[in-house]
Design a protein around this ligand. Structure first.
Ligand code: G1P
Length: 294
């Protein structure tokens, strides 16, 4: 039912103030989990899901992000000369095809909905994915791929969803569930960052979306909402009124909120432990400090 999805939007215009002073000169998306920038995890996930066109919505001061995706011929040559094949492979695995990436500037920080709307001409009239690189998801099958498979059955709009503690709903878009089918829920409403007492459930939206182009049209008329910003959540909720075709997808995997320091540190530990060459050292250290009661 769902059309093929080949385009993904990566909203990366945020100033990353929570990570100051680091983000004074380094875009948040370039900050590294172990040895890969956050944005590389998002790109790898998109590629695994069959995405071939990558649209970055950027802002002033994000030049390092564009440079990161450039090929590095000199460095590649040097690694070749020194026979450093493994490193060369690592480097080459980050190379993007010419013309596969587009950058659009969001000139004002008017919210996530506005950022996605800025990409409307590049998206055109087809379904598209949105990936928020702050949400890093460790999963056997990458989250967006899980969603693309589910979307093949449903079409419409699909958002990644996860149960959160009721007192945390004010940090998320929250789903009002019409029909709970287990892995998938049919949604009858969505609220951006409700207080616990106003939340329709504790099923929260996580930063992976497959959206129909009608959401972009809805964004033409969405007024600023929660936090005074133009919210993507509101534009998706509008699609429920128009065509009643929004689903939440409970993905399999562990999500890290790399938009927060604590989440970033947790992800660093988890991804470090997942790396064979680091596991023993890191685990030994963690055991030691736990025992020492630090
Ligand atoms: C954004 C969305 C929110 C979603 C969240 C997931 O909020 O607006 O609906 O639940 O991402 O991380 P932000 O975290 O950018 O404030």
């Amino acid at each position: 039912m769902g059309q093929k999805v080949t385009k993904a939007v990566f909203p990366v215009a945020g100033m990353g103030t929570r990570f100051l002073p680091a983000t004074k000169s380094v875009p948040k998306e370039i900050m590294t989990l172990v040895d890969r920038p956050l944005i590389q995890y998002a790109i790898d996930e998109a590629r695994a899901a069959g995405i071939t066109e990558f649209i970055f919505v950027t802002s002033r001061g994000k030049g390092a992000l564009e440079d990161y995706f450039d090929h590095a011929p000199q460095l590649e040559q040097e690694l070749k000369n020194k026979n450093k094949t493994k490193l060369l492979e690592v480097l080459e695995s980050t190379n993007m095809d010419s013309g596969a990436i587009a950058y659009i500037r969001q000139h004002k920080a008017l919210g996530l909905g506005h950022a996605v709307w800025c990409a409307r001409r590049l998206i055109g009239d087809e379904p598209f994915a949105v990936i928020l690189p702050d949400d890093v998801i460790a999963a056997e099958k990458p989250c967006l791929q899980q969603m693309i498979e589910a979307y093949a059955e449903t079409g419409g709009n699909m958002v990644a969803a996860m149960e959160v503690a009721p007192e945390r709903t004010s940090s998320y878009g929250v789903l009002d569930i019409a029909d709970d089918m287990g892995e998938m829920v049919k949604v009858r409403g969505m609220v951006e960052k409700p207080k616990a007492e106003d939340a329709p459930s504790n099923l929260a939206v996580i930063g992976r979306y497959i959206l129909s182009p009608s959401v972009l049209q809805n964004l033409n008329n969405i007024k600023s909402g929660s936090g005074g910003e133009i919210q993507l959540t509101d534009a998706i909720a509008r699609d429920i009124e128009l065509s009643n075709n929004v689903y939440g997808y409970r993905f399999k995997g562990q999500r890290f909120d790399c938009g927060s320091k604590s989440g970033f540190l947790q992800a660093t530990v988890a991804f470090g432990l997942a790396r064979e060459e680091l596991r023993d050292d890191l685990k030994g250290y963690l055991e030691d400090i736990m025992q020492a009661g630090i």
